[in-house]
Design a binder for this molecule. Structure first.
Ligand SMILES: [Zn+2]
Length: 443
């Protein structure tokens, strides 16, 4: 019975998409049709809520804005026709869109209504095309392959097509999904599927069975080829108005966000909404850009309309311009908890320390629990390094190093998560630099 209902709603959503040009993604169907995934996701969301409550989320959110999270991206472009082999410019502008949208440096933030500006969220995520392949060889970060498959939109038991993720099935094998964000670009849309993309949420990273969708080899996002980038030559021809925001939306799911209406449409039940406080309760997807719709009216002062400018709605790309703070914090929490090796940290030097700019030691890539320090043009200079934890205890005292190449500290004490202060002293000049470092676990 459940399956019949699912199929019907799936078909209806496809039709809705086709009629109104509404964005459609596979997340709800996927989750509702996978009980284990669904309970896992809800469990993780509850963990986040508990964490949010315990740690006064917004304060932490602000604090962590000092840290840049660098995420390596690989695109797999699968084409059955020349049009589907989208040009590099689409990928480049897609990267721009992702970096702008996640960092809230997009030019259309001015369109966020005043009622939502106080909760507009941003993350210091830096998406970069992978400069090397998994073997360490130079690479553009764009894999292109022809495919005999004309459209990747098979559904089986409610699961979406995953053939694009496997060489043996007409797709392209993922690069290690623990270290790379894989984005597959292919032909997905049919009037019946209405599908513009889907993504694997961060769940089951440890215990997720390997024989089901969302296994390690499938982690990432899949997007329809004409949604990619800002000036996609196929977009106009096909009436697409994504402007690259399908990918932003799908990465929202990849980092664990629900749609603004939650998992179940057509209800204002807060228990089935998106679990977040700062996205207004919403009963069902919005299309176009109707700023007057208030799908869940409480007849109370302060009741807000639907947040059509949210990336996790189905509104057109030009209507969308923001995540919320809770969404941003939830994405960060999910990445740090369930995708802990996906990113490298790039910390800024403490802006309050202005004394000795002659030394420029920097924290380099910090995957996992590694602390790596480097400095340019100091090949003959001895630095002494001390490391303190966040309650002032000395972890490493006056270790002398020459920073002629990046130096890596591996200390068991770093496996405790938290913030550390790294003091680097130039032994020749006595100048000091203070760096902040956080390990790769929780905040
Ligand atoms: Zn979605």
């Amino acid at each position: 019975m459940a399956k019949i209902i699912f199929s019907l709603s799936f078909l209806l959503m496809g039709l809705v998409h086709f009629s109104y040009g509404q964005q459609k993604c596979g997340f709800d169907d996927f989750v509702n049709n996978n009980p284990v995934l669904k309970s896992d996701l809800i469990k993780h969301t509850e963990e986040f809520k508990a964490y949010q409550k315990q740690n006064n989320l917004r304060r932490l959110y602000t604090y962590n804005y000092d840290t840049t999270y660098v995420i390596k991206v690989v695109f797999h472009v699968l084409y059955n026709t020349p049009q589907q082999n989208i040009p590099d410019s689409c990928i480049m502008t897609q990267m721009d869109v992702l970096n702008e949208d996640f960092n809230r440096t997009n030019p259309d933030t001015i369109n966020t209504r005043d009622i939502f500006k106080p909760v507009a969220g941003k993350l210091k995520f830096k998406f970069v095309l992978a400069g090397k392949d998994p073997n360490g060889n130079p690479h553009s970060g764009i894999v292109r392959k022809t495919t005999s498959i004309s459209v990747f939109s098979q559904t089986s038991g409610g699961d979406y097509d995953s053939r694009m993720k496997f060489n043996t099935q007409g797709g392209s094998d993922a690069w290690n999904t623990d270290e790379y964000l894989n984005i597959w670009v292919c032909n997905m849309f049919t009037p019946q599927s209405g599908l513009l993309g889907y993504a694997t949420p961060p769940t089951g990273a440890v215990n997720w069975p390997s024989n089901v969708q969302f296994s390690k080899a499938q982690q990432g996002a899949s997007v329809h080829y004409y949604t990619v980038g800002r000036y996609n030559p196929n977009a106009t021809a096909n009436g697409s108005n994504s402007l690259g925001r399908t990918c932003t939306h799908e990465l929202g799911h990849y980092f664990g966000l629900f749609h603004t209406w939650g998992l179940r449409s057509n209800t204002c039940n807060v228990a089935t909404d998106d679990f977040l406080e700062d996205t207004p309760n919403t009963s069902s997807p919005n299309s176009g850009c109707n700023s007057n719709r208030n799908s869940c009216q409480w007849n109370e002062p302060g009741d807000l309309p639907d947040m059509v400018e949210n990336y996790m709605d189905y509104t057109r790309g030009s209507c969308q311009n923001t995540f919320t703070e809770d969404q941003a914090a939830m994405m960060l929490f999910n990445m740090k908890t369930y995708r802990p090796t996906l990113y490298e940290l790039e910390l800024e030097q403490d802006s309050t320390f202005v004394g000795n700019i002659a030394i420029k030691p920097v924290l380099l890539s910090n995957p996992g629990n590694r602390l790596i320090i480097g400095a340019d043009n100091y090949s003959n200079t001895i630095f002494s390094v001390s490391i303190f934890n966040n309650i002032g205890q000395t972890i490493i005292k006056d270790k002398d190093i020459v920073l002629d190449k990046p130096f890596e500290f591996i200390a068991s004490s770093f496996y405790n998560y938290g913030h550390y202060i790294v003091r680097v002293t130039n032994q020749t000049t006595g100048e000091e630099e203070i760096l902040k470092w956080s390990n790769a676990s929780l905040f």
